[in-house]
Design a protein around this ligand. Structure first.
Ligand code: ZN
Length: 399
């Protein structure tokens, strides 16, 4: 556990209880004693105090206790959880052509989930203004007072420089050059804003609430207008030295491929992003093909559409095989628009990973579609804030 020198021992113990309940909702007092390594008597006294403060609530376990859980014969255990409405976090996801907002309670449940199309790439200021309106509307709709809001997590489709908080936007999100998104959003909302790359947030979302729950070594691949990877290694998000780790969309896939927006040639993104795949079909179908139309065609069994998606899956798999060789993850979660193609994409992708990575790493890794769909990033953005909620709640309690 991280040490917090500014907290006195009593606050430190409160923090241990709240952190344990954040990670293990529905815990008995005995389970809390194990998670926190505090005595049963200390746990009971602290829980009593936190219940009085309106931060922890007690309910009867809905199911019979499993192996290793508490509860005598015929007496269901009293299980403790954080009061979900005690605090809230906002997630904001700036895609290339949309902004999504989710207002989540402490359990991560979105009480408001809203979406608006937006020209994010080319109109950053208008997009920031729109996001401000979406956040205000979400708070109003849910009737959540500002003092219940812990902060705003914000995702953007560009690498974020860890040291400066600036975007590494050149070639990736050129319209945002010179803009400091977190500071701009904070100025509009008057609430702390934490900025993170969208693929990293997808990884956090799937780990907190989706397909990667309980997994500590995972790679999240986002196949959207851009292709990116979010990395969680030994339970911690990994952003690299300056924050550019995971740019798997810009590894070489085809030396003879088109020039990419990053200035290189034949990047994975330029041959396997949903937009690139849809563009392949425009030639054969002689009509514009949107990504949603592409997915419809795949669904209807169109041979050309399935062929194009399968080849994209293979190209993604070859790139991911390198990542698997280097990082040896337990799980690869596939998100973004193209993940909706299901096995048409995943089967050739998995086969390419098996073929191109070393046997022990290939045998160890599972490949699965994400569970959160288009909400992975926005829920990850909220999770970025919610992970800090125990500390914020302790501060609210005072000495
Ligand atoms: Zn590129």
């Amino acid at each position: 556990m991280t040490e917090h020198p500014s907290l006195d021992p009593r606050q430190m113990n409160r923090l241990r209880i709240l952190e344990a309940l954040y990670r293990h909702p529905q815990s008995s007092r005995a389970a809390l004693a194990r998670h926190t390594q505090l005595s049963r008597a200390t746990v009971s006294a602290l829980v009593e105090e936190l219940v009085q403060a309106g931060l922890v609530e007690e309910g009867v376990g809905a199911t019979a206790p499993g192996p290793g859980q508490e509860g005598g014969v015929g007496r269901p255990p009293l299980l403790l959880s954080l009061v979900s409405g005690a605090a809230f976090a906002v997630g904001l996801d700036f895609g290339h052509q949309h902004i999504r907002v989710a207002l989540c309670d402490l359990s991560g449940e979105p009480v408001v989930d809203d979406y608006s199309p937006a020209e994010v790439d080319h109109a950053p200021i208008e997009s920031l203004d729109l996001a401000q309106r979406l956040v205000h509307e979400a708070l109003h709709t849910a009737g959540v007072a500002r003092d219940r809001l812990l902060g705003v997590g914000m995702g953007l489709a560009a690498p974020i420089n860890k040291a400066t908080g600036n975007l590494e936007a050149d070639g990736i999100l050129p319209g945002w050059r010179g803009i400091r998104p977190a500071a701009e959003m904070e100025a509009r909302l008057g609430i702390p804003v934490a900025l993170e790359n969208d693929a990293n947030l997808g990884a956090l979302g799937e780990k907190a609430f989706g397909a990667a729950r309980g997994i500590d070594d995972l790679v999240y691949i986002r196949l959207s207008a851009g292709i990116g990877a979010g990395l969680i290694l030994e339970g911690q998000p990994y952003q690299g030295f300056v924050g550019v780790a995971g740019e798997v969309g810009h590894v070489l896939s085809d030396p003879h491929g088109p020039i990419c927006r990053c200035g290189n040639r034949g990047c994975l993104e330029s041959v396997a992003s949903p937009v690139a795949v849809a563009a392949l079909l425009e030639r054969s179908l002689r009509q514009p093909v949107s990504v949603s139309r592409l997915l419809e065609l795949v669904d209807q069994g169109d041979r050309g559409a399935r062929r194009a998606v399968a080849e994209a899956g293979e190209a993604v798999g070859r790139a991911v095989a390198m990542v698997v060789n280097v990082l040896n993850p337990e799980l690869v979660v596939v998100g973004g628009d193209l993940a909706q193609a299901g096995e048409i994409l995943l089967a050739p992708m998995t086969a390419a990973i098996e073929r191109h990575s070393v046997a022990p790493a290939a045998a160890a890794v599972k490949v699965t579609a994400g569970m959160l769909g288009p909400r992975a990033e926005v829920l990850g953005a909220a999770a970025l804030i919610l992970a800090k909620s125990p500390r914020a709640l302790v501060a609210r309690l005072g000495a």
